[in-house]
Design a protein around this ligand. Sequence first.
Ligand code: BDR
Ligand code: CA
Length: 310
Amino acid sequence: KIPVIIDCDPGHDDALMLMLAFGSGRFDVKAVTTSAGNQTQEKTVNNALKILTLIGADVPVYRGAEKPIFRELVIADFVHGATGLDGPSLPQPAFREQSESAVEGMVKILTRSSEKVTLVPTGPLTNIAALLLSYPHLKNKIDRISLMGGGIFRGNMTPLAEFNVFCDPEAAAIVFQSGVPITMCGLDVTHQALVFQEDIDAFRKLGNQTGRVVADLMDFFSVFYRAHRAELHGGAALHDPCAIAWLTRPEIFKTKSCYVAVETHGLLTRGTTVVDFYDVLGMKPNAEVAYEIDREAFIEMIFEAVRTLP
Ligand code: BDR
Ligand code: CA
């Protein structure tokens, strides 16, 4: 099993990412830490506790930063609703978060671990940046950072900036400059990781509670995509599960080693991942950037995982 710490801001696609991580049986999830992003920290930590309660996952949850390093928090309630997980009715959390912070939790786990741990961030990178800045000696305990964020050729918050990186660009810059190996699943690939109505119906028919919750989540999530992403032909983009899927099934992705920098100032481009896809700069690559995914195989992975859950 791959030892991981998941840092997320649930979030509909974050919820499916957690289900894939736990349901696949391929990960040793050491902890879930939460970032403020899709909703406030108060809501994302509670949403994480609810999803973990639903799927019967017994794992420590640590509350992360309340806001980005420099900027005011921008939330994505226009996608994820007032709760951050609008749509289904979810169980109340059966357990509480730990008393330590996300950074303290990660430090404890990395320090004690005899093997390297992979970090999987699927929200703004505030907690991960704080960890890397404050505890640089722990970088050698991190195998890789497999993240959802950025894009090669497109954005979703501005024409070029993707939400997670836009939210906390300084944190993203710190992560990309850290020297830790990175896999980046940005919008180019996640906009191919689509869930369609027939998939949603099939989740509902699985017959378990988690399958029904997935269907209710995706019904709500799809409303935004149908209204604002007509190019996706009715599909909704399952961004965050890509960051987990790559770790066990890299062969269903196409990736390229690239140099990636983050624009933190630009007038029109703040929060953009500047990906040197054609290596015009000749810089040393710092990320494995995903640009294609086998959608069918990806959705099948999520089905297989959800089927095993309560
Ligand atoms: C990212 O932003 C969030 O709304 C999603 O959960 C995903 O992590 C996509 O831009
Ligand atoms: Ca997310």
